[in-house]
Write a protein that binds this ligand. Structure first.
Ligand SMILES: NC(=O)c1ccc[n+]([C@@H]2O[C@H](COP(=O)([O-])OP(=O)(O)OC[C@H]3O[C@@H](n4cnc5c(N)ncnc54)[C@H](O)[C@@H]3O)[C@@H](O)[C@H]2O)c1
Length: 254
């Protein structure tokens, strides 16, 4: 893949303090993109920003709650003013849940949907004008393999990620005429993130059992997702839109 630095690009990656979002931020920066590292508060983004700057890249820490319109508006304005118009958006921030269906409260349901569904909706709506003005844009939504397979005790989470997959398809059709592609990556089991380590502690499933369902016989790493994300944000992927790009070691095939 050729370097993308011929054009100046600015990305916002949400949920980028840790895990998959941090890896996507580092990988995009390596490809010459100036990256706004967005998470609930700017201080939490310090490590990701330091890693990017240490490698010679450009990064800005931004604090915002993706589910809150005013917070997102302020964050997007800060990025525009500091780095420039936004051309790439990675909607990665997400929250999970393992409540058996009959115990899920309305408040819990609404919280999961606010972050996982309303978040990408608000972020995309606020960044879209820049992409339309430029006639170029890349949006990558991080969904989940649970949206493809279903998952017990994960009904709010898996259904919210199903909404992300469908939102991707519809956005791709609506934004395509403006030179904007929209795709989603549903990760399988990605280790070394806050979310996956909490799940591992909770369920205590031995790694060898997890691996039985993964044909390549290893668990995913944040960089596996980041590499696919970087390609979807690159010039080279301009004819790919509305797609679900499974990065899961073959655990889910379609
Ligand atoms: N790790 C996995 O195995 C796995 C599998 C499938 C899908 N995913 C998805 O990948 C994405 C990243 O997961 P991860 O494992 O790196 O999780 P993580 O918990 O390590 O990181 C998520 C980040 O999102 C941030 N965040 C949460 N709510 C936010 C909000 N309202 N506004 C801004 N930031 C917010 C958190 O502070 C955190 O830094 C999520 O959307 C998750 O659903 C992960």
């Amino acid at each position: 893949m050729s370097d993308n630095s011929a054009s100046y690009r600015v990305a916002i990656v949400t949920g980028a303090a840790a895990g998959i979002g941090a890896a996507c931020s580092r990988r995009l920066a390596k490809q010459g993109v100036a990256v706004a590292v967005l998470d609930l508060d700017a201080e939490r983004c310090a490590d990701t920003v330091a890693a990017i700057r240490g490698a010679g890249g450009t990064a800005l820490a931004v604090g915002a709650d993706v589910a809150d319109r005013a917070s997102v508006k302020a964050a997007v304005a800060q990025v525009r003013e500091t780095l420039g118009a936004i051309s790439i958006l990675v909607n990665n921030a997400g929250v999970t849940d393992f409540t058996p269906f009959e115990d899920v409260t309305d408040a819990r349901w609404d919280f999961i949907y606010a972050v996982n569904v309303r978040g990408p909706f608000i972020m995309t709506q606020e960044c879209l004008p820049d992409m339309k003005a430029a006639g170029w844009g890349r949006i990558v939504n991080i969904s989940s393999s649970s949206a493809q397979t279903g998952a017990t005790s994960m009904i709010p989470y898996s259904s919210s990620k199903g909404a992300v997959v469908t939102m991707t398809r519809s956005m791709a059709q609506e934004f395509g005429p403006y030179g904007i592609t929209v795709n989603n990556i549903p990760p399988g089991s990605v280790m070394g993130t806050i979310m996956s380590e909490a799940n591992r502690d909770r369920f205590q499933i031995p790694t060898e059992v997890l691996l039985q369902s993964v044909p390549v016989r290893r668990l995913g790493e944040p960089d596996d997702i980041a590499n696919a994300c970087a390609w979807l944000c690159h010039e080279d992927s301009g004819y790919v839109t509305g797609q679900t790009i499974g990065v899961n070691g073959g655990r889910v095939v379609s």
